[in-house]
Design a protein around this ligand. Structure first.
Ligand SMILES: *Cc1c(COP(=O)(O)O)cnc(C)c1O
Length: 509
């Protein structure tokens, strides 16, 4: 016999569920949290962006208890969670946070997430989320418009750049395989191997996609880059010829609009031409750089993203949306439905009129979908096109300024500057000027320098490897960065570098 308490006969009217919160309680706890967060935002620049955290240290703070048997009051839980997160997180909203490609999150996006969670529309189907679906539809259209992509393209919000790129690959596979991939799967005796062409600088999502979607990573043809780390289209053409001669089936080329290491932009118009000529799907990974196409003086190579069959963008990068928000656009909206739509018997979502509703479950990989679009939509409305152009061009300006100062500093060697990414390394003034020992020493010194910088948090950078050199990499996708921050950064990094170098090479008297 079970010893669980039997439900009493008292009806729902007097039910007090452990998770319920009365409006007054919600109000009080909510105001308290908003006060804490407003203080946090106000004190961001006086905080350190990073801490010397360890997994063991963090676990100690959480305590090693098992799943609580009984609940705790919401007010103390929310207060405690806020303190834990504020005191022990990497603060990517800090004005001198320039690591990876992670933006400062727009506060309106945080409020949007709260609103979305409370109303909780399921944006998988129109009838489950009439207003939210139409807001997502408008958001997708605005994003397309902003970067010069056809505004009648299909598209949807996803969790990030990886997922947006996956959508492009799946749409390409469906559209370009010369058999029915959906029913037949990838193994077909009638065709050679389906091949993907991309440059060596492409983000690692492409390997994940090749593996997950059944092509295998050997289906990726890595096209070498030129000295600016852009895809070499002559090499692309000759690789295509070789593969066609041996009976394989090239089906897509991936160009990058702003590479993750250095911000390099592939020659997109030239790649588009080759795709046209060989009947290949042209996908552009613009997760980082695509939004810079909003700038009136954007380079033609970047504007070439308008020629793509599909485009991946990341609102949680240069639209400063809080995580997570990616966006996939596909020129032919029908290609998206061809790829993702099935009609299960238990769905009855199709309208009967001539204005059929959009059901986003049929556009992508998710079924139930949260309302990611709200934070993006509100950001676009708060700043407008002009506001975004201002913020993005300021980020680029500050990156160039930083690079200029680094290049003029006696203890740095400047490498690349593209979009808002600057790469450089620390080089002690009295170091021998040649030799492989020198390179090894500099690589180790800069690795150690990065580790120290990432723990102290006065400025947070990450790294790249360029031609074998381990370099520091500052990527500014941060509307809080100001000129005063740029002023401070070279000396913060040089002082730390000097200290580390002195520990390793004590100067002899
Ligand atoms: C960030 C990035 C990705 C991956 O995007 P996530 O949002 O991290 O999934 C892919 N490609 C490029 C060029 C990127 O900058």
């Amino acid at each position: 016999m079970s010893d669980l308490p039997l439900p009493t006969m008292e009806p729902v009217l007097s039910r007090s569920a452990p998770l319920e919160m009365r409006p007054q309680e919600f109000r009080e706890i909510g105001y308290e949290l908003v006060n804490t967060l407003a203080d946090f935002l106000g004190s961001m620049s006086e905080r350190r962006s990073a801490h010397d955290a360890t997994p063991a240290g963090i676990r100690t703070l959480l305590g090693d208890g098992s799943l609580p048997e009984h609940g705790t009051g919401a007010a103390s839980l929310i207060g405690e969670a806020a303190q834990l997160l504020i005191d022990h997180s990497l603060l990517n909203g800090h004005p001198r946070f320039m690591g990876y490609i992670t933006s400062s999150p727009a506060p309106i996006g945080a409020l949007a997430d709260l609103l979305a969670a409370v109303v909780n529309p399921n944006v998988g189907a129109w009838t489950l989320s009439p207003m939210a679906t139409e807001i997502e539809r408008q958001t997708v259209r605005w994003i397309a418009e902003m970067v010069g992509y056809p505004a009648d393209a299909g598209g949807l919000l996803v969790s990030g750049g990886n997922m947006a790129n996956f959508v492009g690959v799946l749409a390409a596979r469906r559209a370009k395989a010369d058999w029915d991939v959906r029913t037949g799967g990838l193994r077909s005796s009638t065709a050679g191997k389906l091949l993907i062409y991309t440059s060596c600088e492409t983000h690692t999502w492409v390997e994940k996609a090749a593996d997950l979607f059944g092509f295998g990573t050997s289906a990726i043809r890595w096209i070498p880059t030129d000295t600016s780390l852009r895809m070499n289209v002559t090499e692309l053409r000759s690789q295509l010829e070789t593969d066609l001669e041996s009976g394989n089936q090239p089906f897509m080329v991936v160009g990058t609009a702003g590479s993750v290491s250095t911000g390099a932009i592939d020659p997109l118009p030239a790649i588009a031409e080759i795709c046209q000529e060989y009947n290949l799907w042209f996908h552009v990974d613009g997760a980082y750089g695509a939004f810079a196409a909003v700038l009136p003086d954007a380079p033609d190579d970047l504007k070439g993203l308008a020629l793509a069959d599909s485009l991946a963008l990341d609102p949680h990068k240069w639209l400063y949306s809080p995580l997570e928000a990616g966006c996939a656009l596909v020129r032919d909206a029908g290609a998206l439905e061809d790829t993702f739509n099935f009609h299960p018997t238990y769905y009855h979502f199709d309208g009967q009129d001539e204005d059929p509703p959009i059901n986003f479950h049929s556009y992508g990989m998710q079924n139930s979908r949260g309302f990611r679009a709200l934070k993006v939509w509100l950001g676009l409305r708060q700043a407008g096109r002009a506001g975004y152009a201002r913020m993005i061009s300021d980020d680029i300006f500050f990156s160039r300024e930083l690079h200029r100062r680094i290049a003029g500093h006696p203890e740095f060697e400047a490498f690349t500057q593209e979009l808002s990414i600057s790469t450089f390394r620390y080089v002690p003034v009295n170091l021998a000027t040649t030799g492989t020992d020198r390179e090894e020493y500099l690589n180790q010194l800069n690795k150690d320098l990065l580790s120290v910088l990432q723990k102290t948090g006065d400025v947070f950078v990450s790294n790249a490897v360029i031609g074998g050199a381990f370099v520091l990499r500052a990527c500014i996708v941060n509307f809080r960065t100001a000129m005063s921050d740029i002023d401070m950064i070279p000396e913060i990094i040089a002082a730390t570098g000097r200290e580390l170098d002195a520990q390793r090479r004590p100067v002899r008297c």
